[in-house]
Write a new protein. Structure first.
Length: 915
């Protein structure tokens, strides 16, 4: 192909891609003069260049479109949706003609009179009778549009020609890795105000040298050339700094850099192995390593492109789709300048397009429905891209109707995707992930946009091919969010090298959350729950997968490996986290990813292989494949604390009073327990039987000095926290009141921690949480007289505490534990039922009544149908009316105790256990 024509096709394709975005913006902002001027300049450039190189058909269409845009610019015409549709149709016609030129190097035969007539009517201020929806061309080389079924087979439903890539324009105009020259019109002296096109999502600002009075119609090229003489020389110098580089050249350069990285790693391995023997070699080797890293980074930058390049067609697609579906949809794009490897960019274009179309079709409601639900009639689809931990996060969100998990569950059972039993045991979040199964669709009707049951599974597959993950969260009535997590590049990645049964493997760090070393006892020990190996990791149970067992590494060995799997690599795939058990963990390395051999392609647990510095070839593990191979393991959310020495309980957001008591750091108490804060006049303190007292509201109130606090002096003032319960009050004397904070904290509770409920991090400081009950006992020896009564009779009795209030659980758990019970606290009735299904047994159940999702009455009724039907249940509630007591008797409560009456509870438990 002629070099001049090739350059023209490239520049024009870039301009058309920019026009697709800007014209959609113009429809939303019709009074944006700068936007209109930018659009006019691009179309004017295309028209002028066509005349220069002899493409009359293109020139005629561009000229007619330029006339309309000139009227917009001069404010002689108003921008309307109809006129925008005609302008977009003219762009489609130009794209179609360009595609034919790319194939045959000449314009196709045919007439554009219908389209030109519509453009002329617009220019004259009249509304055309019909709008051309698709480009018309009689080009013999143009392939017919695929049938809907053929489009469906791809999984990416681009039925519209608007969504399909332009043959040739896609090849030339979107060449990733190319650094563009200045606009071609400068070479032809044609443009009044050229702009430097870089392929980025956002165009460069308007050049100040562009004259404000560019003629609306430029019939002759010399007129544009005359205008171009006013161009600033500095702009030409700046433009001359840019050149185009063939993509194949960059690919070869990247390959050579990859080999250099391997050689560098090999030299580093030799240096580590030989130590001081090659001491003089260390300095040049260090320099070589540094230069290699810089070269690698530099070459990687040439491959990086803004993700906005993959988004450029989306505004047009959403605009046309909204018109087709009679919806009002606004596309909001953030982070378009976020850069990633061009290879990754190319592979996510189709998945992104499909997901945006799904959000517009399935997610956003029509205006009438939105208004009926109290929403604005315009729906929003939001795209957001950002860097996070060495990878790219892309979010596709809509504010539509959301996805109903129950609808998905029913559809999955109907299509035999899962069994009824499995579906019943799945959480809502797990159910939502079923939409990524092949052939799954909840669309009520099949359209050109969606509903064939293909697409999301292919989206997930394509994303996982590049080592990424896709996750879905949704809220009925609020909308849905798809979250894609992908690597920055595919060529060279950072990986963790591990070993199992003397075989080494690489794990991409993209999916690694943390490393944990197991212990035979203590918090990081391995346990078995429902036949599944798990480890308690902070506030949750982590299912474990043995790499040795998964890959059957010991099969065929005469002497199986005896080394214990002592390391857990915690990995995350979407919302699912699991631990991979390995024997050894070596180090992280930058590895060059090589494709898997054809004979191993059916093994989903591997994503490739690589060569280490010592020359050995190892396999790269695929976390997505491991998750698929093992299946998502469901484990109880709350563990059995039967053998635990301490409780690890998460608090919801609490208001806490911080105070100082001694020099051991701050202390805290839930503000809801404190009746008042009094400033004591120490002169008024009296003593009785060696105990300090003070007159308080007509009675004597005992004072207890908080541990660590200074003793009481004869004079001065000291703050005291007043606790009141069942008509009795006690003052806890402290040194200083610090602050009142509201925070979400995680408390570790030790049952034998006298005076302390546990400890937590508050305002970046380790803080002791005070056990108010302990000090009440100090003040009134018989306050909890039953807490130690019958300790032998209650020894080893297992008690289940069900209460949604984290504070109440934290208060009652150590109290009941010191009374001789082994307590398992859970925060909902459903979690208690889950423990029942898991086979746990308890001697007695204490439950709150007022709980979200399932109250205590419903919980007690459900227990009648379980293996816990004969287990006595004690109800705790602030509601103690006759009606409540009667209902409690009907559902089978063994006793009904006021929530504030701890003494009554401690009295009731031994009696019930005797029965």
């Amino acid at each position: 192909m002629d070099e001049l024509l090739s350059e023209f096709l490239t520049e024009t394709a870039e301009g058309l891609a920019e026009l697709d975005v800007e014209i959609v913006k113009l429809e939303q902002n019709p009074n944006d003069a700068g936007l209109i001027a930018s659009i006019f300049r691009i179309v004017h450039t295309i028209k002028g260049t066509c005349g220069f190189i002899g493409l009359p058909r293109l020139e005629t269409v561009a000229h007619a479109a330029e006339n309309v845009l000139g009227k917009y610019r001069d404010k002689e015409l108003e921008v309307t949706p109809t006129s925008v549709t005609v302008i977009l149709a003219s762009l489609d016609r130009i794209k179609s003609i360009l595609a034919h030129i790319e194939q045959t190097e000449q314009e196709p035969e045919g007439s554009d009179e219908d389209l030109i007539a519509q453009l002329n009517e617009l220019a004259e201020g009249r509304t055309p009778d019909a709008v051309a929806a698709t480009p018309a061309t009689s080009a013999p080389a143009t392939e017919p549009a695929p049938e809907p079924e053929a489009a469906a087979d791809t999984g990416i439903e681009n039925a519209d020609e608007l969504d399909a890539p332009i043959p040739g324009a896609e090849v030339i105009g979107n060449r990733p890795g190319e650094v563009p020259l200045d606009e071609l019109e400068r070479a032809f002296m044609e443009a009044p105000g050229p702009e430097e096109t870089s392929g980025a999502a956002d165009p460069e600002p308007d050049l100040p040298a562009a004259p404000p009075s560019v003629p609306a119609i430029a019939d002759k090229a010399p007129e544009s050339a005359a205008t171009a003489e006013a161009m600033p020389i500095a702009e030409s110098k700046a433009a001359s700094q840019n050149i185009r580089v063939n993509v194949d050249l960059l690919e070869n350069l990247m390959t050579m850099v990859s080999e250099l990285v391997l050689t560098r790693n090999q030299l580093l391995q030799i240096a580590r192995s030989n130590g001081r023997e090659i001491e003089g070699f260390s300095v040049p080797l260090q320099r070589l390593s540094q230069v290699t890293s810089e070269l690698q980074e530099g070459v990687m930058k040439t491959r990086m492109q803004p993700i906005g390049n993959a988004w450029s067609k989306l505004p047009r697609i959403v605009r046309d789709l909204a018109h087709e579906l009679n919806k009002k949809i606004e596309l909001v794009m953030q982070g378009a300048d976020t850069e990633l490897d061009r290879q990754v960019l190319e592979m996510i274009k189709d998945p992104l397009t499909h997901m945006v179309r799904n959000s517009a079709d399935h997610g956003v409601e029509d205006p009438a429905t939105r208004l009926a639900f109290g929403k604005s009639e315009t729906g929003h689809v939001r795209l957001n891209a950002y860097h996070e931990g060495g990878h790219i996060i892309i979010e596709i969100a809509d504010d539509g109707k959301g996805i109903d998990p129950e609808k998905i569950r029913a559809k999955a059972i109907e299509k035999n995707v899962v069994s009824s039993a499995d579906a019943a045991n799945m959480s809502d979040q797990q159910v939502l992930q079923l939409i990524f199964k092949a052939g799954f669709s909840t669309a009520e009707k099949i359209t050109s946009v969606s509903g064939r049951g293909v697409g999301m599974d292919v989206v997930k597959t394509n994303i996982e091919k590049i080592g990424g993950t896709v996750d879905l969260t949704s809220q009925v009535g609020k909308g849905s969010v798809f979250k894609i997590k992908i690597p920055l590049t595919l060529a060279i990645v950072s990986a963790l090298v591990v070993a199992s049964s003397s075989e080494r493997f690489a794990i991409p760090q993209l999916s690694v959350l943390e490393l944990v070393k197991t212990t035979t006892d203590g918090p990081n020990r391995i346990e078995t729950v429902q036949g599944t190996r798990v480890m308690r990791l902070r506030d949750r149970l982590l299912p474990l997968v043995s790499l040795r067992d998964l890959l059957r590494l010991d099969e065929g060995k005469e002497t199986p490996e005896t080394t214990a799997e002592t390391f857990v690599v915690v990995m995350q795939v979407g919302t699912y986290s699991f631990g991979l058990l390995v024997d050894k963990v070596f180090d992280t390395e930058e590895i060059v990813v090589k494709p898997v051999a054809p004979v191993l392609r059916d093994l989903t647990v591997f994503s490739g292989n690589t060569i280490l510095g010592d020359g050995s070839v190892i396999m790269i593990l695929d976390p997505n494949g491991i998750a698929q191979e093992t299946g998502e393991v469901i484990v109880p959310d709350q563990a059995d604390y039967d053998e635990s020495d301490e409780f690890d309980v998460s608090l919801e957001e609490q208001t806490l009073l911080l105070f100082k008591s001694g020099n051991d750091g701050p202390k805290a108490v839930p503000l809801s327990l404190v009746a008042r804060i009094e400033m004591l006049d120490l002169k008024t303190v009296e003593h009785s039987e060696g105990r300090p007292l003070v007159q308080y509201r007509g009675a004597l109130m005992p004072l207890v000095i908080c541990k660590g606090a200074a003793p009481l002096e004869r004079e001065g003032q000291r703050p005291a926290l007043v606790f009141t319960d069942d008509g009795q009050s006690m003052g806890l004397v402290v040194d200083e009141i610090l602050d009142v904070v509201e925070d979400r904290i995680n408390v570790t509770i030790a049952p034998d921690g006298a005076g302390m409920m546990g400890s937590a991090i508050i305002k970046d400081k380790a803080t002791d949480i005070v056990d108010a009950g302990f000090y009440l006992t100090e003040a009134f020896g018989d306050w909890f007289r039953h807490s130690r009564q019958g300790k032998e009779s209650t020894s080893k009795r297992r008690l289940l505490l069900v209460d949604d209030s984290a504070f109440f659980r934290n208060l009652m758990t150590p109290l009941l534990a010191t009374s001789g019970y082994k307590v398992v606290p859970v925060d909902s009735a459903q979690k208690a039922l889950d423990l029942c299904e898991a086979g746990a047994n308890f001697d007695l159940i204490v439950t709150d009544i007022e709980m979200p999702d399932m109250d205590g009455f419903t919980f007690a009724e459900k227990l009648k149908e379980t293996s816990w039907a004969d287990t006595p249940v004690v109800a705790l509630s602030s509601r103690t009316s006759e009606q409540d007591l009667e209902r409690g008797h009907q559902v089978g409560f063994a006793d009904y105790v006021a929530k504030s009456d701890r003494e009554a509870l401690l009295d009731a438990l031994p009696e019930l256990l005797k029965e």
